[in-house]
Write a protein that binds this ligand. Structure first.
Ligand SMILES: [Zn+2]
Length: 193
């Protein structure tokens, strides 16, 4: 595994990291390969991406699951299938994406339309409602070229709480009896706490 991949995996919530590792194994079995592009982002990184608004427009700082360890961006090499005659048959990028998306859904990840290779823990609408309700994400985000100081101040109250929750392994359905949910985390995190 590349240094970049281990660094990205170690920053993700363990529930997500385990599934992303598994997707990497699936890709290998398919004769493809997984490259991890982006995992957990700081508010500054998210702000840069939001301002950039490239071919994958990013959410306003505070609004992205990427900031809390709940999302990852991956790319996959085309799947190579060996036919019954022993010849390699190379899938199109769209077919490869579709196969990997199915694998991701199979292990409970949320796949987002028009954002190939982006996998997240929570359904987008559910997460957005929560993140707006707790004041981490504005209902109507301002256009790009935002004021980082303003955003940072409004986020401070909840950021630590969310990061602590995102580091728990409750989503794995396992044993972290010592972990108590920081307040005020709110209803979304009942799934974790
Ligand atoms: Zn993403």
């Amino acid at each position: 595994m590349s240094l970049q991949a281990s660094r990205i995996l170690s920053g993700l919530h363990p529930w997500l990291a385990a599934r992303v590792r598994w997707l990497g194994e699936v890709a290998t079995l398919y004769g493809s390969g997984q490259t991890l592009i982006s995992g957990t982002r700081t508010i500054t990184e998210q702000g840069r991406l939001y301002d950039f608004q490239g071919n994958r427009p990013a959410a306003y700082p505070g609004c992205s699951q990427h900031q809390y360890g709940f999302a990852v961006d991956a790319t996959y090499l085309p799947i190579v299938q060996i036919t019954s005659k022993g010849k390699p048959f190379i899938w199109t990028p769209a077919e490869t994406t579709s196969a990997m998306n199915n694998a991701a859904r199979h292990v409970g990840l949320t796949v987002v339309a028009n954002d190939d290779g982006h996998y997240q823990v929570f359904p987008g609408i559910q997460f957005r409602e929560y993140i707006v309700a707790v004041g981490l994400c504005p209902q109507n985000p301002p256009p790009p070229l935002w004021n980082i100081a303003e955003v940072q101040a409004s986020n401070d109250a909840y950021r630590d709480c969310l990061l602590a929750a995102s580091r728990s392994n409750r989503l794995l359905g396992a044993d972290s009896p010592s972990f108590s949910c920081p307040q005020p985390c709110g209803p979304l995190f009942n799934r974790l706490c």
